[in-house]
Write a protein that binds this ligand. Structure first.
Ligand code: UDP
Ligand code: MG
Length: 205
């Protein structure tokens, strides 16, 4: 798209426009699962903010303890920390198309990302799912996460409704939200996701 151009071999030559899609939805709405599918079919790089933060804890970084404590409480890590990790991962990838999963989680995240990177998302993919279904998935997925227990799950739901929904509403007011019914089985949800990405992919091919 945009300034990208192709040479005779079909590889990109001109500076590539960075394409970012924010993938948002409550905890357990299926963001990670569907991002893996999108990567496979549409050549995006998947950046899960939560996974980057968990990797940062494991790396023994000086912020590790602070991040761990915030995740355990379902709280939002300071924007500065998360944005640095996202920027580094974007650079490391060598790609120009990104799915940013689970970020921005509040208005401050959103404004800081825009200010620091000057990147506006192409669109926002919003996985809409009932809390009842999300709770069922989180309690049965058993990934050994410190935040997949009922107390933290309830806190994460509250943070999602109070802090993250306003971000989705902000982008919705700009006509940038594609909402998916995420309460269905994985394959059915992916059919809906594909319909959103297909025309978009053709455009940028
Ligand atoms: N988190 C955060 N900022 C982010 C993404 C994640 O602070 O941009 C923290 C937050 O405490 C959140 C936890 O990491 O509750 C897990 O996030 P993840 O996206 O992995 O969980 P999901 O909502 O996808 O289940
Ligand atoms: Mg996730």
């Amino acid at each position: 798209m945009g300034s990208a151009a192709k040479d005779a071999n079909g590889s990109f030559t001109a500076e590539k426009k960075v394409v970012v899609v924010f993938v948002l939805g409550g905890p357990g709405s299926g963001k990670g699962t569907q991002c893996a599918n999108i990567v496979e079919h549409f050549g995006f790089t998947h950046l899960s903010a939560g996974d980057l933060l968990r990797a940062e804890i494991k790396s023994g970084s000086e912020n590790g303890t602070m991040i761990q404590n915030m995740i355990k409480e379902g709280k939002i890590v300071p924007s500065e920390v998360t944005i640095k990790l996202l920027q580094q991962a974007m650079l490391d990838s060598g790609n120009n198309k990104f799915l940013i999963d689970g970020f921005p989680r509040n208005e401050e995240n959103r404004a800081a990302f825009e200010h620091v990177t000057k990147i506006e998302p192409e669109f926002v993919l919003f996985f809409d799912c009932s809390e009842e279904e999300m709770e069922r998935r989180l309690l049965s997925r058993n990934q050994g996460r410190v935040d997949d227990n009922i107390e933290t799950i309830r806190k994460r739901f509250k943070v999602f409704v109070e802090s993250s929904m306003p971000v989705i509403e902000y982008y919705n007011s700009k006509g940038k939200v594609s909402k998916i019914d995420a309460g269905k089985p994985v394959d059915e949800v992916f059919e809906a996701v594909k319909a959103i990405f297909s025309p978009y992919n053709a455009q940028s091919a």
